[in-house]
Design a protein around this ligand. Structure first.
Ligand SMILES: *[C@@H]1O[C@H](CO)[C@@H](O)[C@H](O)[C@H]1NC(C)=O
Ligand SMILES: *[C@@H]1O[C@H](CO)[C@@H](O)[C@H](O)[C@H]1NC(C)=O
Ligand SMILES: *[C@@H]1O[C@H](CO)[C@@H](O)[C@H](O)[C@H]1NC(C)=O
Ligand SMILES: *[C@@H]1O[C@H](CO)[C@@H](O)[C@H](O)[C@H]1NC(C)=O
Ligand SMILES: *[C@@H]1O[C@H](CO)[C@@H](O)[C@H](O)[C@H]1NC(C)=O
Length: 398
């Protein structure tokens, strides 16, 4: 035990955690494991990228981009999954499928789907970013269905308030039954702004910009309301490479909004993820808010991308917010509590390096083998988490 494969390339910080929690029933997920492939109840890898989550009648519904090896970043449908506990997900099928020869054809871009229920029309509305393959149109789109899982009927794509829209986030202010489109207005010279725009009463169009973050040049927006404060999270624009996601907070959506601050330990690039949605679990004991990000691979192999879901801690008096890393944890959606299994950490720096690999102040690099000895096992099946990070030559101490 404790012998690791040869490095493919210069590498990083390394931690091993062995947790004493054998899985009793392998078919049921008991933990959220940030960054690991996530299997649905049918045994298939969950494909719900850049997603959105809603709660309805005691169940959670996760909408996201279907990604296959052959898609190369283009539209092959929006998947929807349901779950009673946020851990185990049933595949409910395609919420929206591509339609040949239309603006949601298999040669187009349909991204960042988010669903919301409209009371007035008793209709589910599925919003998304709509584009052509070179991202030259920058529009929003909607599809509707009487049923949460669809299939959704495509309605239209449009330029919100005559403007452009890049990425897409949706915030349903349940307390005031209003919904907002969150988006950036693109990379043209006059753009680079981030907008919060109120939807009209049917939630099928945008009627007014409520706030604009001028020249902030961020993307991948997601928002939640804590009960007294609004928080909006956005990432920088670095393509599919992760960066340090920032948060702003305000008592009113129209502002004033706070200055921005980072949500995760600097240097981790938000634990290698980009913001997409926030899950608000209003439990009997506590409210828990999960940051949900995408751990993207490259545009060519998006289907290998995984999900990073982590609990957030924040302070409504100061607006400070940070995401806490856990190798694995469980959430009880009834009580809202988070349980983190305890384990033993082994630092890679204390391991034995052979071959061409060598250790410097805080990184292990080169092509070789790292052996960590004396890892204690229980004799039972148990979790082993391996955490590594590529700091691209920059040391990340602590
Ligand atoms: C859509 O186009 C593809 C590729 O040309 C074709 O294989 C498929 O049958 C078409 N689907 C429909 C519903 O026409
Ligand atoms: C996408 O739309 C832009 C703006 O109309 C256009 O310049 C570009 O050629 C389009 N790309 C494709 C692949 O059609
Ligand atoms: C919605 O769900 C109901 C009940 O499952 C079903 O009878 C109906 O056909 C569904 N409607 C659509 C449009 O899928
Ligand atoms: C909301 O906007 C959409 C798109 O423009 C439009 O079809 C719909 O009728 C609007 N709803 C209301 C209540 O104005
Ligand atoms: C690492 O070393 C092994 C042999 O020990 C070799 O097969 C492999 O190609 C090397 N990888 C790189 C990236 O140099």
């Amino acid at each position: 035990m404790g012998r690791f494969p040869k490095w493919k390339r210069a590498l990083a910080l390394f931690t091993v955690i062995a947790t004493i929690k054998p899985s009793v029933n392998a078919k049921r997920n008991r933990y959220i494991v940030p960054g690991a492939p996530w299997y649905d109840t049918g045994g298939n890898v969950l494909s719900a990228h850049a997603g959105g989550i809603v709660e309805h009648d005691g169940k959670w519904y996760w909408f996201g981009q279907n990604e296959r090896a052959e898609d190369k970043d283009l539209f092959s449908g929006i998947n929807v999954y349901s779950s009673p506990d946020l851990l185990n997900w049933d595949f409910e099928g395609k919420a929206l499928s591509s339609i040949n020869g239309t603006v949601i054809g298999p040669d187009t871009v349909v991204e960042r789907p988010k669903a919301v229920f409209n009371q007035e029309t008793q209709t589910w509305v599925l919003w998304f970013h709509s584009d052509n393959s070179t991202y030259g149109l920058l529009r929003q789109g909607v599809a509707t269905s009487p049923n949460i899982t669809g299939p959704y009927a495509f309605q239209e794509v449009f330029s919100p308030l005559g403007g452009t829209s890049q990425d897409f986030g949706l915030f349903h202010d349940v307390d005031h039954d209003a919904s907002y489109a969150l988006y950036s207005n693109g990379d043209a010279d006059a753009a680079h702004d981030n907008l919060i725009s109120r939807m009209n009463s049917t939630f099928t169009g945008v009627e007014e910009v409520v706030y604009e973050f001028p020249d902030f040049d961020l993307e991948a927006p997601t928002m939640f309301f804590s009960g007294s404060r609004y928080y909006i999270l956005m990432s920088h624009k670095t393509g599919y490479r992760p960066n340090n996601v920032v948060v702003f907070s305000a008592e009113k959506l129209a502002g004033p909004w706070s200055a921005q601050s980072y949500i995760a330990t600097l240097g981790t690039r938000t634990f290698n993820s980009q913001s997409t949605m926030i899950i608000s679990v209003k439990g009997s004991d506590q409210s828990t808010f999960l940051y949900c990000g995408d751990q993207w691979t490259t545009a060519k192999d998006l289907y290998l991308s995984t999900y990073v879901w982590l609990p957030m801690k924040f302070n409504d008096d100061t607006g400070a917010l940070h995401v806490e890393w856990h190798d694995l944890y469980s959430i009880d959606v009834k009580t809202g509590s988070i349980t983190v299994p305890q384990g033993t950490s082994y630092e890679a720096e204390h391991g034995e390096v052979t071959g061409l690999a060598y250790t410097t102040l805080c990184v292990i690099q080169g092509n070789g083998t790292l052996t960590i000895s004396n890892i204690e096992g229980t004799g039972q099946p148990q979790w082993v988490s391996i955490y590594y990070h590529n700091p691209d030559g920059k040391c990340m101490l602590e």
